[in-house]
Design a protein around this ligand. Sequence first.
Ligand code: ADE
Length: 227
Amino acid sequence: MRIDIISVLPEMFTGLVDCSILKRAQDKKLVEIAIHNLRDYTTNKHRNVDDYPFGGEAGMVLQIEPIDNAISALKAQRDYNEIIYTSPDGEVFNQKIANEMSSYQNIIILCGHYKGIDYRVREHLITREISIGDYVLTGGELAAAVMCDSIVRLLPGAIGDEQSALSDSFQDNLLAPPVYTRPAEYKGWKVPDILLSGHQAKIDDWKLQQAMERTERLRSDLLENNK
Ligand code: ADE
């Protein structure tokens, strides 16, 4: 898989996509993540990417030309499954969308900007608009990094134990059951006896019960999706 990210703040990705599972997945060639500075696609001397809005609103707006140049340059090299724009008014990202995108070959993520973006980009160049939640960030960089992380960890081989991606919270619209490790007792706080029993079928039963109980208590909206 290849993920191309277009941003006016490419330095924000340093550390976010170069650590942990994202780094390992890139080292193992499971994914290629390329960060592009939008300013590299300008044609003016000062590398400006924004201008005043028509109609006199406050603030500056990202211009269509460098964005079109960047997307066209990438599209000339390969086909893309989706050209995504990060925006608080997009479709809300969830595990189902992460699963779907993890099967894609190539995606572009264009990071939105607090100043706004020429609407023609959204009308003509973008295929999908994604929000990571109902709150406003100063730009789409963190949203792009969140999406990358949740997509890449689903790629086969990205995390050591593939079973563990499948047993994540949300994979069955259920929150994950609690997990414990040694010591079996700490300050008098005990690990549930069942987990030490060695009865795998009973343990699996207990985990499912716990997952259902936690989902009902904390996120009953998820159970609606299972009906
Ligand atoms: N840009 C600003 N806020 C955002 C959000 N919640 N999701 C995606 N992109 C954003």
